[in-house]
Design a protein around this ligand. Structure first.
Ligand code: TXA
Ligand code: MG
Length: 355
């Protein structure tokens, strides 16, 4: 398939191109587009055939449901059976934005979109291109992250091109996304509501608005532990780089000591080796690692949003360099750190070693 690749600036949206993209969605085709979290791979959420194309393009298991993206509250009403009052509070506080809510679905939403479930995930994104695209399409857009299944979510247009060129109708390259981690998912069909995937909107922020909220414990346990995550997608080994990736937890100096030892050892064996650190700890590695080891800082520990922003790109860059071993520090699990460590822990296949 020939994929049309267009560049659109979020500050100066080319209306003609957006209309063209909206038309592709209406006709049952696939368009990848930027959102404020990660890039999405969009299709008409009300068409089972269109949704089926998403699963095919991504190589995604068919039991893993899609998020329906909306651009106004009228669209929401057609898709859900009811709007619980806690949901209204969350929407008032966080929509449009990086939060997905799970509702009981209406008849209109086909099970081909919801992975066979009677519930539907809905998100009102706050990215100008995403919003204008949904409006141009005139229908809700089902969109998972625009990566091949199992790969890190795309945070740059070039990531989408790497994974989807030749598989879909159009890619809208809108530059780097703002956040870099997928939306927080909250199930509002249960009392109290439950966080099924941590994200930029944190447990504390949600608690402040609705008072009582739980978090799905299965998110933090290895798949082998037998707890089944309530968001089907959370059970898959995600974000995995091709390299063997291990993380080391403890006091910064000791962690660096350990990582330096292990990374140099692997480099000596002729392995392509990488190290993940933070701005504040970079100096600990200076002049102590073999020169052929790639050291990457994910960002500033005082500004966890910088870490979130570089996380998936870093994993993809290591793949591009054909890195075989990655040794990484761990990060704080406070606030947005919970989402950061959730993604890193999965990427590392739950290999966290206390130093
Ligand atoms: O930020 C985001 O949410 C991005 C952008 C593109 O909006 N989308 C995204 O979609 O991350 P995806 O498909 O990569 O992840 C959706 C997650 C999966 O874990 C899926 O299992 C879960 O949402 N999900 C979808 N519908 C659900 C439902 N009805 N009940 C429980 N979990 C659901
Ligand atoms: Mg995904």
């Amino acid at each position: 398939m020939n994929t049309v690749i267009v560049k659109i600036s979020p500050d100066d949206i080319n209306n003609k191109l957006i209309q063209q993209a909206g038309e592709i969605i209406r006709q049952g085709g696939l368009v990848a587009f930027p959102t404020e979290t990660v890039y999405g791979l969009g299709a008409n959420a009300l068409s089972e055939e269109a949704a089926a194309k998403i699963y095919l393009a991504k190589g995604r298991p068919s039991d893993n449901p899609l998020i329906a993206h909306i651009a106004d509250m009228d669209m929401l009403k057609g898709l859900v059976r009811e709007i619980p009052s806690v949901a209204q509070k969350l929407m008032d506080a966080f929509w449009p934005g990086p939060m997905t809510l799970i509702f009981d679905k209406s008849e209109m939403v086909p099970k081909g979109t919801t992975g066979g479930l009677d519930t539907v995930a809905i998100r009102f994104p706050n990215h100008p291109i995403a919003r204008e695209l949904i409006q141009a399409a005139g229908v809700s857009i089902a969109a998972p992250s625009a990566n091949l299944s199992g790969k890190p979510s795309p945070t740059l247009g070039e990531h989408v091109i790497d994974d989807m060129d030749g598989r879909i109708d159009m890619i809208i390259d809108g530059g780097m996304v703002g956040m870099g981690l997928e939306s927080t998912i909250v199930d509002v069909t249960v009392t109290p509501p439950m966080i099924l995937r941590p994200g930029f909107i944190t447990y504390e922020m949600i608690k402040d608005v609705i008072g009582d909220v739980k978090i799905d414990k299965a998110i933090f346990t290895k798949p082998e532990a037998g707890l089944k995550p309530k968001a089907p997608g959370m059970k898959y080994r995600h974000y995995a780089p091709s390299a063997e990736f291990k993380m080391y937890r403890g006091e910064a100096e000791k962690v660096a000591e350990k990582i330096i030892l292990l990374a140099n050892e692997k480099a000596d064996e002729g392995m392509k080796t990488g190290v993940i650190t933070a701005d504040q700890h970079r100096y600990l590695y200076e002049n102590r690692l073999h020169s052929n080891i790639t050291v990457v800082s994910l960002g500033d520990l005082e500004k966890p949003e910088t870490i979130a922003n570089h996380l998936f790109k870093t994993l993809r860059d290591f793949d591009k360099e054909k890195t075989q071993f990655i040794f990484g520090e761990t990060f704080s699990e406070d606030n947005v750190g919970q989402a950061i460590m959730n993604r890193l822990t999965k990427a590392a296949g739950y290999n966290i070693i206390d130093v």
